[in-house]
Ligand binder design. Structure first.
Ligand code: 6GU
Length: 282
C-alpha cells in the first residue's frame, strides 16, 4: 500500500529535492503521499519564534515545546490536554533519560507485522545510529512523521511527552559528524527507507545483494564492467571464467577481506553462523 509521510521543518523548501529521481517518480505513481509543513505556521507571535534560550545557560537556542506540540497534536489528530491537567508543579520523571528507541530486542518488521501506528521520528546527532535494520523496519510503516530540529536542538520533553501518549517515537543520528539541522538527515533516512518499499525500485533483486542487508552484513565486492582491459588494467581472471561457483567464492572472499580491512567493526558484529566453513580460511 502507499505510505503517508509528513515532514515538519522551518525550511520546508529544502524538501523540493524529493521531487527528483526515483523518489519523485514514487510520489507521481501514488506510492508515497508526502506533505511538508512549515513549523512557523503553528506560532502565534508576530516574530513566529520557534526557539528560546537554554535553561541552565549556555550557547545557542533550543526549540520550544509549545510550538512543536501544537503542530504534532494537529498532525497526529490529538486533542491538546485540558488547562486543568497542566500544572507548573508537574515534574517530568525521565526527560533526562538516555535516548532509547526500545527496538533492540524486537525482530525486524516484515510485511506480515507492519507498523500499524504512525511513527514519529526526530533526527538528533546525540541519538542512536540509524541503520539498515531501522530502514527495513520503517519501510513497513503506513505513516511516518519527521520533526526536523534546527539550531542547538529541541526541548527533550517533546519526544518524552509523545512517547508517554503511546506514540512510537524514534530519535536517530545518521553518523558521527555535525550537521546544521535535521533536514539532510531526514532526506537520508527517507531515501534508505522508501527504496525498500515493494514496487519502488525497478530491480528488487539488487536490494538482496547489497551491503548491510540480511545475514550478509559485509561490504560489497568490487564490480567491473567492460572493456576487459582498460588503460592497461585488467579484471580478475576468475570473473571471465564462466564458472559461477568460482565467481561466487571469489566475490565472497574479496568482500570478507575488504570489509576486514576498511570496517573491522562490521566483521566483529557479524553473526558467526553467517560465516561458512570456506569463509573461515579467508
Ligand atoms: Cl540526525 N542531526 C544533526 N543536526 N546532525 C547530525 C545528525 C542529525 N546525524 C549526524 N549529524
Amino acid at each position: 500500500g502507499d505510505m503517508q509521510i509528513d515532514i515538519v521543518s522551518v525550511f520546508p523548501d529544502y524538501f523540493e529535492v524529493l521531487n527528483v529521481g526515483l523518489f519523485g517518480k514514487a510520489i507521481e505513481r501514488g506510492l508515497l503521499d508526502v506533505h511538508t509543513h512549515d513549523l512557523r505556521s503553528w506560532t502565534h507571535d508576530v516574530h513566529h519564534s520557534v526557539d528560546d534560550t537554554p535553561v541552565g545557560g549556555g550557547a545557542g537556542m533550543v526549540m520550544k515545546p509549545e510550538v512543536w506540540a501544537e503542530c504534532l497534536d494537529d498532525l497526529l489528530g490529538f486533542e491538546p490536554p485540558s488547562i486543568t491537567a497542566a500544572s507548573n508543579e508537574t515534574q517530568h520523571s525521565n526527560a533526562s533519560a538516555p535516548i532509547s528507541n526500545n527496538t533492540t530486542d524486537e525482530p525486524a518488521a516484515t510485511s506480515e507485522n507492519a507498523l500499524p501506528k504512525p511513527v514519529l521520528i526526530f533526527p538528533n546527532p546525540s541519538a542512536p545510529l540509524f541503520t539498515q535494520r531501522d530502514a527495513t523496519e520503517l519501510s513497513h510503516a503506513s505513516h511516518l512523521l519527521f520533526g526536523c530540529g534546527r539550531y542547538e536542538g529541541y526541548d527533550a520533553r517533546i519526544p518524552c511527552y509523545y512517547r508517554a501518549q503511546g506514540v512510537d517515537v524514534r530519535e536517530y543520528s545518521i553518523g558521527d559528524y555535525v550537521l546544521n539541522g535535521g533536514e539532510v538527515a531526514v532526506s537520508v533516512m527517507l531515501e534508505a527507507i522508501t527504496r525498500l518499499i515493494p514496487g519502488f525500485m525497478g530491480n528488487p533483486d539488487s536490494i538482496a545483494e547489497e551491503s548491510y542487508t540480511g545475514s550478509n552484513a559485509l561490504l560489497e565486492h568490487y564490480q567491473y564492467t567492460k572493456p576487459a582491459i582498460w588503460r592497461g588494467m585488467g579484471v580478475p581472471e576468475v570473473l571471465t571464467s564462466g564458472d559461477h561457483g568460482k565467481v561466487d567464492r571469489f566475490r565472497r572472499d574479496e568482500a570478507i577481506a575488504h570489509t576486514d580491512q576498511v570496517r573491522p567493526d562490521l566483521i566483529r558484529q557479524m553473526d558467526c553462523k553467517a560465516l561458512d566453513k570456506a569463509d573461515r580460511k579467508t
